[in-house]
Write a protein that binds this ligand. Structure first.
Ligand code: SF4
Length: 351
């Protein structure tokens, strides 16, 4: 059996090569991109401005490559979590988060993750494979809320900097005039600071950058984030200081708060020193308990005190609202649990 080439996820250059193979002129690549990313067609024959003979060749050799979600879970607060088939038998997740006029989709970049952060359910499940750009774009196009999405965050399963080729190709499709023409200011790539991939994000796209810090002290950070051994967060901050975050793009630090572990004055002051000289803002995140990790969430009053110390030191810090707790919206909590109650298959009526 021959495998058909997937069109979804192809950049303009790749579509030009596909067009040439189909006997089409290079400009047909833009027509194909408009059908794929602008109109979201699911059938090659719907590309009616391509000659019938070329459509026939494409249908024989290619597929659009859309994949419907396997099921979804809807939170009382309107958050919707989708599970898609991923790689190596591991499902992946995308979370739709409506918030007044904004609607954010949190997308996955890998099936599982090899970064092994102690507090993360995705990391605990190991790594099953990289997603490609088609898998990433599919998460946007295949959900019923597709037309409502205003912002994209790469904060789902996986470490984007460990799959930079696919994340950059997807970002190119999202932001190019021939693709989905989103402003890069509506895209945030969140990374734990694997600097080879991070450097490419800084140099090759204009998306906002979020760095997962979670502890400013190297020894303490390494205890929960092994990546600190290879890519120390202090080196990451040095790299970031060479880029402009005061104008077009934004830098933020993600800081998940664990009771009695990283939430005292000493940590707040060290965190402030770490981002000294940057315009970074800090998002304080409530920890959601996971099986097999003893840490517990910092109580609200400690999170507020931590925020106030940072604010007092001139740093913009906010406590991020928890969303979708009733559907286990924390990364990696739902995929693979599709037998649990409260989730339902996505039906044509949902569209
Ligand atoms: S927190 Fe992010 S980088 Fe760490 S294991 Fe989980 S998905 Fe991977």
């Amino acid at each position: 059996m021959t495998t058909k080439t997937r069109l979804l996820g192809q950049t303009l250059e790749q579509l030009k090569a596909t067009a040439a193979a189909a006997g089409l002129r290079p400009f047909a690549a833009r027509q194909m991109a408009a059908w794929l990313y602008g109109r979201g067609v699911t059938d090659i024959d719907a590309m009616t401005d391509l000659p019938k003979r070329a459509r026939s060749w494409l249908a024989d050799n290619c597929e659009i490559g859309r994949r419907e979600p396997l099921f979804r879970a809807v939170s009382a607060d309107g958050t919707v979590k989708y599970v898609f088939e991923g790689r190596g038998g591991r499902d992946i997740e995308a979370v739709f988060i409506p918030d007044r006029e904004r609607a954010t989709l949190c997308v996955s970049s890998q099936a599982g993750c090899r970064m092994n952060c102690a507090f993360c359910m995705t990391g605990r499940g190991g790594f099953q494979g990289n997603l490609d750009a088609g898998d990433i774009i599919n998460q946007l196009l295949s959900i019923p809320e597709s037309d409502r999405i205003t912002n994209i965050v790469f904060m789902g399963m996986g470490e984007p900097a460990d799959n930079a080729d696919a994340v950059l190709a997807a970002t190119q499709i999202l932001t190019s005039p021939w693709g989905m023409a989103m402003s890069p200011r509506r895209i945030t790539i969140s990374t734990i600071g694997k600097t080879d991939g991070l450097r490419r994000f800084l140099d090759e796209c204009q998306a906002h950058i979020a760095i997962s810090v979670h502890n400013p002290f190297p020894d303490e950070r390494r205890a929960i984030m092994p990546v600190e051994g290879a890519f120390p967060v202090r080196e990451v901050m040095k790299l970031l200081k060479g880029y402009d975050f005061a104008h077009q793009r934004r830098l933020s630090l993600e800081y998940t708060m664990f009771d009695g572990v990283n939430d005292d004055r000493r940590h707040a002051q060290a965190l402030a020193r770490l981002l000294d000289g940057t315009s970074a803002r800090v998002n304080l995140i409530r920890f959601h308990r996971i099986p097999g990790f003893e840490g517990s969430p910092s109580p609200q009053h400690r999170m507020e005190a931590f925020r106030d110390i940072l604010n007092g030191l001139g740093i913009t810090a906010t406590i991020r609202a928890s969303r979708g707790e009733d559907i286990m919206a924390a990364c990696g909590m739902l995929a693979g649990k599709n037998q649990d109650s409260g989730k339902k298959p996505v039906t044509p009526q949902d569209k």
